[in-house]
Design a protein around this ligand. Structure first.
Ligand code: ZN
Length: 142
């Protein structure tokens, strides 16, 4: 099976692939930095403040709250990493939440998200991470 593939694709005198032996392919287009600046995306917004706390499932102790304000020059990216160091494909995305708030001119909102990643590599496919994010978002408008 593999021998016949080698014969088909690896033999000398085969038609050269573009960019390998043949004519150069066009240069790759530089990738724009992901997302856009907050000031460009939300010109009506003056400031965005976010308070976050992330805790393990069934953890009784209230975790410390991390609060910060986003400068309007920063990228409009509201994804946050999961605190579970074993987490696979998890994390929290508040982009839609904030998008919706701004479209409704809401100034404050709190809510909760549960991580839908997997609780470690060996648990992929059967045990979700379920770390919990509690958030408070405050938005000031111009
Ligand atoms: Zn997670």
């Amino acid at each position: 099976m593999f021998d016949s593939l080698k014969k088909a694709f690896g033999s000398k005198g085969a038609k050269p692939e573009p960019g390998v032996n043949g004519p150069p392919v066009s240069a790759p287009v530089p990738v724009e930095p992901a997302g856009e600046r907050l000031a460009d995306k939300y010109p009506q917004v003056a400031k965005i403040g976010v308070n976050l706390s992330i805790r393990a499932p069934f953890e009784k102790i209230e975790p410390t709250v991390r609060g910060f304000s986003m400068g309007m020059d920063s990228m409009a990216n509201f994804t946050f990493r999961c605190k579970n160091t074993e987490c696979v494909d998890g994390g929290f995305d508040l982009t839609e939440e904030i998008d919706h708030m701004i479209s409704e001119y809401e100034t404050s909102k709190h809510g909760r998200r549960v991580c839908q990643g997997w609780d470690g590599k060996s648990n992929v496919g059967h045990q979700r991470c379920y770390y919990e994010l509690n958030f408070i978002i405050n938005i000031g408008y111009k």
